[in-house]
Design a protein around this ligand. Structure first.
Ligand SMILES: [Zn+2]
Length: 430
């Protein structure tokens, strides 16, 4: 299916909505990866299937750029004047029945406010996305083009998917992104819109452990960004590819990361610059090119530490680099101290997944130094937590295997690294 282009009758059935869920998914997967003309053929089919759409698509009182600007100004008034200080229930009550809120301007504003909250308060951020979706569903077809509304719906559902992913609701995230991609097919076909949505989809697939699919989807997004000449966005998507694959195949990750560095225009997006630098050091280190990695780290560490955006995040990233570098350099004492600091950091913030993986890193270090008792104690201590967090059964099994191996002194440090990869892949799948 992915190799062969989609047959015409299948495209027609897709546009009519008469395919099974699995068939729809397969068609969708192909459309995302397709470098041929399947998508433009689908657009042709959709136009034919919906003859009134031609007219409906250009409403008489179509919103103009001036009207949109006025809507944005009004949205600012509505946000500060009423919505900002209400709770989610009251907001919905106010927005639902008042047509003044059913505008592109308000929809956009709600999405922006939700994005600003995403790392600080993901639940409230998600509430705002849902409210934004309520607005989309109430926008008038007399004022907006159907295809524009479809784009807005797609973007909102993608934001919902991202929010759900971040709070760990991966099933909900998947459902939302599938609806988003469907909506996109009815939209304007704006490659920029699609690139943003594929970026979110790629992160989700990575979290689901579907690495190859993630790399493919992110590649499609990068092509979209290149098509409209947005090299910064293209670089962001290539960086995502590098980070997704880097853990399993560092050489491939490094090649992608270098490509992203060539695309990035230094200084335009300081956060992306830093992510690219961070990944470069990490991948060089994984590949055993420690001296070069250390030199780059020394040159850049101050810029990591002074990141204003998500300060604690960069603090932990810097610690991870320090731990990885000292491990490769054979400075076990330094590595141990960095890993312990990281464990405190993750425990404080209840970052379970990172806590578990860092525990494994430390256990691996102890095992390599034949400090089996300490390794065993570490692994024992985290098991009751695993049960409390209801981690997937195969993660638990991998963990018990490691524990047995350490107990019997039969496990090599290298097997811990392998198990750690396995756990990374299957943590979310459940
Ligand atoms: Zn195709």
């Amino acid at each position: 299916m992915t190799r062969q282009h989609v047959a015409m009758d299948l495209l027609i059935a897709f546009a009519q909505g008469s395919l099974s869920v699995e068939e729809r998914r397969q068609v969708m997967r192909h459309l995302l990866a397709c470098e041929g003309d399947c998508r433009s053929r689908l657009r042709g089919v959709i136009r034919e299937e919906d003859p009134i759409r031609g007219d409906r698509d250009w409403p008489q009182d179509l919103v103009t750029p001036e009207m949109l600007a006025a809507e944005r100004t009004d949205a600012t008034l509505l946000w500060h004047g009423s919505l900002k200080n209400l709770d989610a229930g009251r907001r919905l009550f106010v927005v639902r029945d008042n047509a003044r809120y059913h505008t592109w301007g308000v929809q956009e504003r709600l999405l922006e406010e939700s994005k600003a909250l995403i790392s600080e308060d993901p639940l409230q951020s998600l509430d705002l996305c849902h409210l934004s979706l309520e607005v989309v569903h109430r926008m008038s077809l007399d004022r907006y083009r159907r295809s524009d509304i479809a784009d807005l719906r797609a973007a909102t559902l993608a934001a919902i998917s991202n929010g759900k992913r971040l709070i760990g609701d991966l099933d909900g995230a998947q459902e939302a992104i599938e609806q988003s991609l469907e909506s996109l097919e009815w939209g304007t076909g704006d490659p920029l819109e699609e690139a943003h949505i594929l970026s979110i989809y790629g992160s989700l697939l990575t979290d689901l452990g579907q690495i190859e699919e993630a790399v493919q989807v992110l590649g499609a997004g990068a092509r979209d960004a290149r098509e409209v000449g947005d090299t910064q966005l293209q670089a962001k998507l290539v960086l995502q590819q590098a980070s997704s694959i880097g853990w399993f195949d560092p050489a491939r990750g490094l090649a992608l990361n270098r490509k992203a560095l060539r695309l990035l225009e230094p200084g335009r997006s300081p956060n992306l610059d830093q992510v690219a630098r961070y990944q470069l050091i990490f991948l060089l280190c994984e590949l055993g090119q420690v001296r070069q990695a250390r030199a780059l780290f020394n040159a850049w560490k101050d810029s990591f530490r002074s990141q204003p955006y998500q300060g604690f995040f960069w603090h932990s990233r810097t610690l991870r680099l320090e731990a990885a570098l000292s491990r490769q350099e054979g400075d076990f004492a330094a590595c141990e101290s960095h890993l312990n600091e990281l464990l405190d950091h993750y425990a404080e913030r209840r970052m379970h997944h990172d806590l578990a993986l860092t525990t494994l890193d430390l256990a691996e270090l102890y095992t390599a130094n034949r400090r089996f008792d300490e390794a065993q104690m570490l692994l024992d201590n985290i098991l009751p937590l695993f049960r409390k967090w209801r981690v997937p059964a195969d993660v638990l099994r991998a963990w018990l295997m490691i524990e047995e191996g350490v107990k019997g002194r039969t496990l090599e440090a290298v097997s811990i690294r392998e198990a750690s990869r396995l756990i990374r892949r299957s943590w979310y799948r459940g």
